[in-house]
Ligand binder design. Structure first.
Ligand SMILES: [Zn+2]
Length: 111
């Protein structure tokens, strides 16, 4: 199991427990930026392991990938990215990344 995903799963469970108090968590929907380089299946597996004995044990984890966004320093155009680098339509590749590496808890259902 990748340590990256395990760390994120632990962080995610902490976020969910903070939001839900001691309520039993049934379902979680998380948004993950494409630039976070997370493998959704690896995250789901890590979540299963890390949630043992927590309020999130047995919860369904839904992963929604959101694209990254950057701005071209050359022409100022917005560029959508699915990896941490890319090229603007103007040919420039000097991009300022604005979002896409975040992990966000979008929705949560408790019993
Ligand atoms: Zn450009």
């Amino acid at each position: 199991m990748a340590m990256h995903e395990l760390g994120l799963a632990v962080e995610l469970i902490a976020m969910a427990e903070e939001r839900g108090g001691a309520a039993r968590i049934q379902r979680l929907v998380v948004e993950i930026g494409a630039l976070a380089l997370v493998v959704p299946d690896a995250l789901r597996f890590a979540f299963e392991v890390a949630s043992h004995g927590t309020c999130a044990e047995g919860a369904i984890l839904e992963v929604v990938e959101v694209p990254g966004r950057a701005r071209c320093r050359g022409c100022g155009a917005a560029v959508t990215l699915d990896r941490p680098f890319g090229r603007c339509g103007c040919g420039g590749c000097d991009l300022a990344i604005e979002s896409g590496s975040e992990l966000r808890l979008r929705e949560m259902e408790v019993m």
